[in-house]
Write a protein that binds this ligand. Structure first.
Ligand code: NDP
Ligand code: X2W
Length: 313
């Protein structure tokens, strides 16, 4: 019998995209909750405990509640929320992050899907920390811009629904100005840093796609790495990976600019090494709803179920 998958929060932005990716698959059965029962705890508990894999696409508090409803020891939970990304007993669902990460994901019944910004950040920083190019104690700043779907249904209505009391016509908005955001802890832990990175996110008046940027004054680093050395470490880290592409220096040099929407609808991430030997501007490009959310969740589900990792992606 085909394994069953239940998406708790299927009506939300991430949930809908995962359902779209799974609906036509013949190697699994998607179980959906009746519309009128989608917040009914006892019906959710019944479905959670009857499915082989449950993907949580809920706000953090509802995700924590959903986990408390699990009593079937075989149920695999993939949580797309922030609730368990640095929690004990959970495996971080970023398969490309370390050589043994896929195996850890495959063996675990508790998988936390990475945050969208952290996917870009960790993808860039972790290999450089491991290679000794960035000391773990180095102060790191990360700038980023996301499409407004990154804020879920609430932010989508803010940018699209003129009748909403929060409707805005703004073209661009820098936010988290007080340095309070849910992502720096998972960035710090999974990139292997001693300090929380300083995070400067922004949202633009477009739906989907993001750039995550790391400006590095390389001449101030202990080993004064060249741009080529940095690119080479990244390239070696992701050799053979189908969803992470490290651009060559020539490809980077051929670009006068980089825009955030090019990978929309895919589970891919591209890593760029711009700049000079003095100052390197690292950039990750990904779809916040793709590799940053629903694509990664499907990739993790494929690994957990022993399917080819790119099924449906
Ligand atoms: N959007 C993005 O780019 C990313 C989002 N995520 C994470 O995924 C999760 C979902 O985000 P997103 O899809 O954007 O959010 P949305 O607001 O678009 O969707 C959340 C859904 O959860 C439903 N919901 C809320 N509480 C409950 C509950 N108690 N029981 C059942 N359903 C409930 C909501 O219902 P209702 O429709 O009534 O509001 C809504 O449909 C979040 O934790 C978010 O951080 C992760 C990576 C990227
Ligand atoms: C533009 C925008 O608001 N983005 C969201 C991040 C997206 C998200 O929900 O974060 P996860 O990936 O952790 O779930 C934010 O900054 O809170």
């Amino acid at each position: 019998m085909a394994p069953t998958v239940f998406i708790d929060g299927e009506a939300g932005t991430t949930g809908l995209q995962i359902a779209d990716r799974l609906r036509d698959r013949s190697d699994l059965e998607l179980i959906s909750i009746a519309q009128e029962k989608r917040k009914d705890a006892s019906e959710r508990a019944r479905l959670i405990n009857s499915a082989n894999v449950v993907i949580l696409c809920l706000p953090d508090d509802a995700a924590i509640e959903a986990v408390s409803l699990v009593d079937n020891p075989d149920t695999v939970i993939i949580d797309a929320s922030t609730a368990h990304r640095v929690a004990d007993g959970w495996v971080y669902g970023f398969a490309e992050m370390a050589k043994d990460q896929r195996e850890a994901i495959a063996k675990s019944k508790r998988i936390s899907n990475p945050g969208c910004y952290p996917t870009g950040f960790i993808g860039l920083v972790r290999p450089l920390v491991e290679a000794g190019i960035i000391p773990a104690s180095h102060p790191i700043t990360v700038n980023a811009v996301s499409g407004y779907t990154g804020g879920g249904k609430g932010m989508i209505s803010m940018f699209e629904d003129e009748a909403s009391e929060h409707y805005t016509t703004e073209a661009f908005r820098a936010y988290a100005l007080g340095q309070v955001h849910k992502h720096p802890p998972e960035m710090q832990v999974h990139a292997g840093l001693e300090y929380l990175p300083m995070f400067a996110p922004a949202v633009g008046r477009y739906a989907q796609g993001m750039l995550v940027e790391l400006p590095l004054i390389t001449r101030a680093l202990p080993n004064k790495p060249t741009r080529a050395a940095i690119q080479s470490v990244l390239e070696k880290s992701y050799i053979g990976e189908q969803f992470v592409e490290v651009k060559s220096l020539d490809d980077c040099d051929a670009l006068g600019s980089v825009e955030p929407e090019a990978l929309n609808g895919t589970n891919k991430m591209e890593l760029f090494t711009f700049g000079s030997d003095e100052q390197v501007r690292l950039v990750a490009r990904l779809d916040n709803l793709g590799k940053g959310a629903s694509g990664a969740a499907v990739q993790n589900m494929n690994i957990a179920l022993g399917f080819p990792e790119n099924s449906g992606l």
